[in-house]
Design a protein around this ligand. Structure first.
Ligand code: TYM
Length: 381
């Protein structure tokens, strides 16, 4: 399944909702997907509306692209309503890359004070993963919901849509979307092939549903804003094409970059478990994985001290940037000290291990507590 594919030096860049590979050129993605960059001008407005300091993921431009985020800000400034929507394809444990758009969504929800719909796509993962049974993806859906709840979302303004459980609520909208998307469009956007199963071909219509579900549930026809990594964008292209024909607003998005894996290049992905940190990992797992992380460091400490490193190829530095160092001054200092060889890779790995483990200890405690509250997040069917 390929929506963007080209040679980028030697490395091929592939970004689809189901596969991300190669060296990612985000400027090129903006051009090829036809999204808008988060410009300095827009950021000025965001600062005014959301108040400073902005969340680190935003001010560091880890969220870097959007569709109609400016129109959402127009609504916010006029006191008009909108809602948030994001989701998860539950095929295994959640890793800390998945948490990036969710932590950001929580930040937006705190600022905007709007409801969130969160879609758990146990149906998607069943149709696309050859080796998975429906019972397994459904089980992961309830498990992964604990990670969302652990981040502090409240049941009063957060509803989790479990696709298989909640399909009766969604089916009419999915049908209306599906009828207006031709196979040739779907094939062009998603790269479907003769061997693609029928479930997968229909599936994108289901991911469109939460863009419009608030209107069905409450009678309020308002737009959604979707925070997610840019791999999910192809879904919104087809959804935006049909929204107005169905009498709804086009969904708006704000896109983030990919948290890299701990290996050399590539995004964090559950299919490479030794280079991904899962929210259920033990302190020992974290220590081992971070210790083995790719940093681009020199073969010897002596050499590293002499010539320094490059923080932008180092996966450990990226974790500080995305999640584990809030202070911009400290990021700048680390950048300098890495380049001059004042800090070496072992120092950074030790600090990162400690921070990740501190975060996970609390997160795992909250995950346990969430078990008693899960049903409060269910939609009434
Ligand atoms: P899934 O489970 O692949 O990913 C869940 C969310 O995590 C983002 N993501 C990442 N973000 C940063 N760094 C990474 N390394 C990384 N890997 C994944 C994804 O972009 C996504 O936001 N089909 C979807 C489920 C879904 C959904 C949605 C996602 C249904 N409705 C609405 C976003 C918005 C999926 O399989 O996501």
């Amino acid at each position: 399944m390929k929506t963007v594919k080209h040679m980028d030096n030697e490395e091929e860049m592939i970004v689809t909702p189901w596969e991300v590979r190669g060296k990612i050129d985000y400027e090129k993605l903006i051009r090829e997907f036809g999204t808008q960059p988060l410009t300095d001008e827009l950021m000025k407005r965001v600062k005014k509306d959301l108040g400073e300091p902005l969340n680190p993921q935003l001010r560091r431009k880890l969220f870097f692209s959007h569709r109609d985020f400016d129109l959402i800000l127009d609504r916010f400034e006029k006191g008009q309503k909108f809602v948030l929507y994001t989701g998860r394809g539950p095929s295994g444990p959640v890793h800390i890359g998945h948490l990036v758009p969710w932590i950001f969504t929580k930040y937006l929800q705190n600022k905007f004070k709007v409801p969130l719909y969160f879609q758990m796509t146990d149906d998607e993962k069943f149709v696309i993963e050859d080796s998975m049974e429906l019972e397994e993806t459904t089980r992961w859906a309830y498990d992964n919901a604990l990670d969302l709840i652990a981040l502090g979302f409240k049941p009063e303004n957060t509803k989790i849509i479990f696709d298989v459980k909640d399909i009766a609520l969604q089916y009419d909208i999915a049908l209306k979307v599906a009828k207006r998307v031709t196979y040739s469009t779907a094939r062009a956007v998603f790269g479907f092939q003769d061997s693609t199963n029928l479930g997968w071909i229909f599936w994108p219509a289901v991911q469109a549903v939460p863009c419009f579900i608030h209107a069905k549930l409450t009678g309020e026809n308002v737009p959604v804003l979707i925070p997610a990594a840019i791999d999910q964008d192809p879904y919104w292209r087809i959804t935006r094409d049909v929204a107005q024909k169905l009498g709804y607003h086009k969904p708006a998005q704000i896109h983030c970059r990919f948290v890299p894996g701990l290996g050399k290049g590539g995004k964090m992905s559950a299919s490479e478990p030794e280079t991904a940190i899962f929210t259920t990992d033990t302190a020992e797992d974290v220590k081992r994985k971070v210790w083995n992380a790719f940093t681009g460091g020199k073969p010897t400490v002596k050499e590293q001290r002499k010539t320094g490193g490059d923080p932008y190829i180092c996966s450990v530095f990226q974790y500080f940037l995305y999640l584990f160092e809030e202070d911009d001054k400290k990021i700048a200092q680390l950048d300098r000290e890495c380049r001059t060889g004042a800090v070496i890779c072992g120092d950074c790995k030790a600090v990162l291990t400690e921070r990740v483990n501190k975060f996970l200890k609390e997160h795992q405690k909250q995950r346990e507590k969430a078990k008693a509250n899960l049903q409060k997040y269910f939609l009434k069917s």
